[in-house]
Design a protein around this ligand. Structure first.
Ligand code: DC
Length: 222
């Protein structure tokens, strides 16, 4: 039987960075479920789907073949045979993913794919609904949080490093709004799963967070 670690939490808490380190250290496969929602969103954009038309989104969600592969430890998302890794990090795809991921029938498609991946391999999977919906029986469930201010500051510094303009107060406001949407949506709202360990990364280094999760995982093996 495979071993699974589920990591959920709000945007900017550091889930993907942490999940990558933990999976490397444990020899597990890292599954970034946000990338699957993004690949689905890219398909919807290409097909000209109006995200407000839920029935259309639900119908279209049945069409594409979305899979993931791992090449040199990097997750590659394949949409109908095409590697779309470099196409799914745009603002347009983020926006479409945030809208279309509200549709229950679309989520069903991706959840069943995620459950298959976790049944076949040891995975660290991150997202918003992993501990609550996708893998409620995971060996370890983590809710990774950080204060709005710290998450905004991390994003602000990232943008400055890239030479982009940024206003801290605006980023804080965006994060608050996104949290509200994620936590109050009808389908699979973001919340701490039953039995999940809360890790607040506000005052921790990346290494400290990764070590905490690994030691929590080791406890489950005893
Ligand atoms: O984590 P991310 O920004 O790559 O996620 C992209 C979008 O998909 C985001 O709007 C949240 C949504 N998502 C979701 O609803 N459930 C998941 N398990 C992962 C992502």
């Amino acid at each position: 039987m495979s071993h699974n670690i589920a990591i959920d939490g709000p945007a900017g808490a550091g889930k993907s960075t942490i999940a990558r380190i933990v999976s490397d250290k444990l020899g597990f496969i890292y599954v970034d479920t946000g990338a699957m929602y993004r690949a689905m969103a890219l398909y919807m954009i290409r097909e000209g789907v109006d995200p407000a038309d839920e029935q259309m989104v639900a119908r279209k969600a049945l069409e594409p073949d979305i899979t993931i592969r791992h090449e040199d430890g990097v997750q590659v998302v394949i949409l109908n045979g095409e590697n779309v890794n470099d196409l799914i990090r745009t603002a347009q795809v983020s926006d479409m993913a945030s809208k279309t991921s509200l549709v229950g029938d679309l989520r069903k498609q991706l959840v069943s794919l995620q459950q298959k991946l976790a049944a076949d391999a040891d995975v660290v999977m991150d997202g918003r609904d992993i501990g609550t919906v996708v893998l409620p029986g995971a060996d370890l469930k983590i809710y990774l949080d950080a204060s709005v201010h710290v998450r905004a500051l991390r994003r602000y510094n990232e943008m400055l490093e890239k030479g982009e303009e940024a206003v801290l107060e605006d980023i804080e406001k965006d994060i608050e709004e996104r949290d509200y949407r994620d936590m109050n949506r009808q389908e699979s709202p973001l919340r701490k799963a039953k039995g999940a360990v809360l890790v607040d990364s506000s005052d921790m280094t990346i290494e400290e967070v990764a070590d905490t999760i690994i030691s929590e995982y080791q406890k489950t093996l005893k």
